[in-house]
Design a protein around this ligand. Structure first.
Ligand code: 0RA
Length: 683
């Protein structure tokens, strides 16, 4: 679309005058207002923030080309945002071909910006890279100010339409551009900017823009607040930040920054090993995050494995007869940031999740490999610590394999001995079978009595199973709760996982509706996510939803899954009962009566409009009797279960990291704020 738009004005310019030109240019922005989602992805909060990234990208491009060191973003009252840079200033003189100010072209023509940049490549990364004209089209007001040639130039727009020509409005020292705009509330679902979103994004950008200072000033309220991000170390600072709170294996963060001549790719890589077990890797191309990696990551991994094996063999740390360290061995506990700058980036998938350029692989492999080899030679103590860690990982992996084989062999030898705690179902047709993983013995007892024995199996597990994020396969398999689960599932684990051997079509996590239950549920989800991702992906994992209350009036009762539902149930039952005895005394108001009939769960009786309502609150599954558990939670005809999906793998990973990572504070905060919502946790 952009390409053909670019051709048309040229023809018109030759035949028509300024006016024809202007009409052409204005038509150029019309599709943006008609279908904003096509240009900025969405009209929700994400799209709204893209407007800021888009404007900043132009300033960042200027700065990366060597013009300006500071970019200042201001959130102003009345929904205005301003982005100020110290670049050369958008040219204001008439463009020779279009006979209209270059500034106006940049602001009214899709993709006009790049035409004037000349040389260099756009390195910054708005997700859509559509240009500031899109921002103009989607703003009720936009003002561009340019400092150039000792003058301050300005022009204003409304919904992309110029409200006058570019005029000199004063004098100015230096050069630079300021774009002030107000997003159109008629287009966006919300026009409220989130300071947190902005601060997080700009901090990450600043790591990738070595030496550039990004300033944020929130002037929306009397009490202004400000942030400034400047990282001299580039992605090495990023790695240090990521490893904050983790124990580093070596003090020096490895860092290389080089332009690879052969492939014309700029490569920046930083790595540091920690005591952790899992790998943290962040890949960027042209400052765009690639959550699924791509060619740059492949090049990095190839070189890392090769250089570490080369060094270890050379120094006799691995003997001739020993096997090489594997990719998995050398990645354990490794924190990596890879950033490449490429002229013509090719991404796979709409969200630019994965880089596809083959030259990125060769460039990263060459630049990182060469520098890492030298680093290992020059830092023998770091090198030894790293290799030691890799060798331990290799041993652990061998031990895990042996443990797994033992577990499996035992199972086979003893005729697939199912764990004693498992109350299996009688049907052997996996399609019809369900496994309920139930927390605690008392709930397990109720579930065993209440179930359909033919199709429903119950596996009670005790308390908190392992924190799987930090544990490893061999340790996990030594854990009885996990071992029971693995054997019950029948699929095995790790490399020998076989989906076809799954013994139950539905695996249901059934835990209490309290904070502890939420924690155990998350631990189980983490286990499935990390070690049985295919079970999640193929939709075999479910979360049971058990009611919080039983509301009864006389013999009528309702189960309620939330406080709202409880209120509704009370209203309904009292209403129904009220009709029956309409002539009875009209006692008004609500009167609480402590006690009530003896029940497993605390029961409260109260009078509502003269009707006695019994409300039983279930704190745990164990408080429900077998019949109640069956009819509310387990009966396929009436129950509500939540199917666990990996819709957004990245998001899921984030939640798991928050809940399971080394850092305790964010986990505590998450659990506190989501203790209720976690019931519907959608990984
Ligand atoms: C076109 C040409 C030149 C600079 C720019 C655009 C430019 C655009 C933006 C947008 C925000 N800040 C910006 N700064 C510069 C080069 C001008 C020259 O050669 O002097």
């Amino acid at each position: 679309m952009a390409k053909s738009d670019e051709k048309n004005p040229t023809k018109k310019a030759a035949s028509g005058g300024y006016t024809a030109q202007q009409i052409q240019v204005l038509e150029g922005l019309e599709p943006v207002r008609k279908r904003p989602g096509m240009y900025i992805g969405s009209t929700g909060p994400t799209g709204l923030h893209h407007l800021i990234w888009e404007v900043m990208d132009n300033s960042i491009d200027e700065a990366m080309a060597g013009h300006g060191k500071v970019i200042t973003l201001r959130l102003l009252p009345d929904g205005l945002v301003s982005v100020e840079d110290e670049g050369r200033g958008i040219p204001v003189e008439a463009h020779p071909q279009f006979k209209v100010s270059a500034l106006e072209l940049v602001l009214t023509k899709l993709h006009a910006g790049g035409k004037f940049g000349g040389g260099g490549y756009k390195v910054s990364g708005g997700l859509h890279g559509v240009g500031v004209s899109v921002v103009n089209a989607l703003s009720t007001y936009l003002r561009a100010e340019v400092k150039r040639d000792g003058k301050l130039w300005a022009q204003e727009y409304a919904k992309g339409v110029p409200q006058g020509k570019v005029k000199a409005v004063g004098t100015a020292k230096g050069t630079g551009t300021t774009i002030i705009f107000r997003p159109d509330a008629g287009i966006f679902e919300t026009v409220e900017f989130s300071l947190k979103t902005i601060v997080d994004h700009l901090r990450q950008q600043a790591y990738l823009l070595k030496g550039l200072k990004l300033v944020i000033i929130d002037e929306r309220t009397e009490a202004k607040s400000g942030y400034a991000f400047y990282f001299e170390g580039g992605v090495a600072s990023y790695v240090r930040h990521l490893n904050h709170g983790r124990e580093a294996k070596h003090a020096n963060v490895f860092y290389v920054h080089k332009h690879d001549e052969a492939s014309d790719v700029e490569v920046e890589v930083a790595v540091q090993y920690t005591e952790e077990y899992h790998e943290s890797v962040f890949c960027f191309c042209n400052n765009i995050y690639n959550p699924e990696g791509g060619t740059h990551l492949i090049g990095f991994r190839t070189a890392l494995t090769r250089e570490l094996n080369g060094y270890a063999r050379n120094k006799g740390l691995i003997k001739e007869k020993d096997a090489n360290l594997t990719g998995e061995d050398v990645r354990e506990g490794l924190t990596t940031v890879i950033s490449v700058k490429i002229k013509d980036p090719q991404f796979e998938g709409q969200t630019k999740a994965k880089l596809g350029n083959p030259e990125a692989r060769t460039a990263v492999e060459a630049v990182f490999g060469e520098a890492f080899k030298i680093y290992l030679e020059e830092h023998p103590r770091d090198a030894e610590a790293i290799i030691g860690k890799c060798l331990l990982a290799a041993q652990a992996r061998a031990a895990a394999r042996a443990a797994r084989e033992t577990v499996l062999r035992k199972g086979v030898l003893e005729g697939l001995t199912l764990p004693g705690k498992l109350a299996d179902c009688s049907s052997k047709d996996p399609k019809r079978c369900e496994l309920f993983i139930v927390e605690g013995d008392s709930a397990g007892g109720s579930a065993k009595q209440g179930r359909n024995r033919e199709t429903q199996a119950i596996l009670p597990i005790k308390g908190k199973i392992l924190n799987v994020e930090r544990a490893r396969l061999d340790k996990m398999l030594a854990n009885n709760e996990v071992k029971s689960l693995v054997i019950a599932l029948g699929t095995s684990i790790g490399e020998s996982f076989k989906l076809d051997d799954l013994r139950y079509d539905r695996v249901v996590i059934m835990t209490d509706a309290d904070v502890d239950g939420a924690h155990i549920r998350t631990l189980l989800l983490t286990l499935f996510y990390r070690y049985f991702p295919d079970l999640v992906r193929t939709g075999h994992i479910y979360i049971a939803q058990s009611p919080l209350y039983r509301v009864a009036v006389g013999k009528e009762f309702r189960y309620a899954f939330s406080d709202d539902e409880k209120a509704k149930a009370v209203e309904e039952l009292v209403g129904a009962s009220g009709k029956k005895k309409a002539e009875k005394a009209k006692a008004k108001g609500v009167e609480e009566v402590e006690g009530g009939e003896a029940a497993e769960a605390p029961e409260q009786a109260m009078m509502v409009e003269g009707v006695k309502v019994n409300i039983q609150r279930y704190k745990g599954l164990g408080e429900m009797n077998p019949e109640q558990l069956w009819e509310t939670t387990m009966d396929p005809a009436t129950r509500v279960m939540k199917q666990v999906t990996i819709e957004d793998a990245e998001k899921a990973d984030e939640i798991f990291d928050v809940l399971m990572g080394a850092d305790v504070a964010p986990r505590k905060r998450f659990i506190q704020t989501h203790a209720k919502a976690v019931k519907n946790l959608d990984i």
